[in-house]
Design a protein around this ligand. Sequence first.
Ligand code: G6P
Ligand code: MG
Length: 218
Amino acid sequence: KKKGFIFDLDGVIVDTAKYHYLAWKKLANELGFEFTEEQNEMFKGVSRKRCLEILLDIGGIEATQKEFDTWMIEKNEDYLEYIEKMDASEILPDVPKVLEYLKAKKVPIALGSASKNAKPILEKVGLLPYFDNIVDGNSVSKAKPDPEVFLIAADKLGVMPKDCFVFEDAVAGIQAANNAEMTSIGIGDSDILAEADYNFKDFTEIDLDFIKKLLQLK
Ligand code: G6P
Ligand code: MG
């Protein structure tokens, strides 16, 4: 049966969480409060709008619609300054090894991300050519754990959801994959990502035999 692979972006392919953090922290500080790296964990896999809502909750700030919109733009402009400087050195270890293998086997590959900056980031690090389809924050309306992003990706790849494998680093992302009835592969802390079908600390732990085994599943 035809199989498909879907990759989350932030935290799976590149470590952009640190840039999101710096941009959110700058905004928080400007608004007069602290924002810690620990709190930033809650932002993983979460849309920009929802992140700002949580941030303002942390700071106890009630924003007007106009302020809210301004801060959304400001945060993204700061984030884009970091993205601008990204290159292939920021690809997480051994990610290209797996992409290369899938390409060689002619397995379709999609990106499934909440980010509206997904395409420029893939372009910057030089991985865009590996992806047959990009489903990102510009094309989905329901956030993970809703399965929408992955179901659209499967549809675009022309693969049945149950024959798709999803790499994710966020709890909401694993839940989205499970809700789509796909096979979920957690990248990160296996205690946090306990709901995943498989767990790996990072791609250096993924053996190509494992990918081969997945491709051979009924
Ligand atoms: C990913 C990240 C989140 C981020 C979201 C939106 O899911 O893990 O931390 O908030 O994308 O990113 P964007 O680039 O559209 O602000
Ligand atoms: Mg992620």
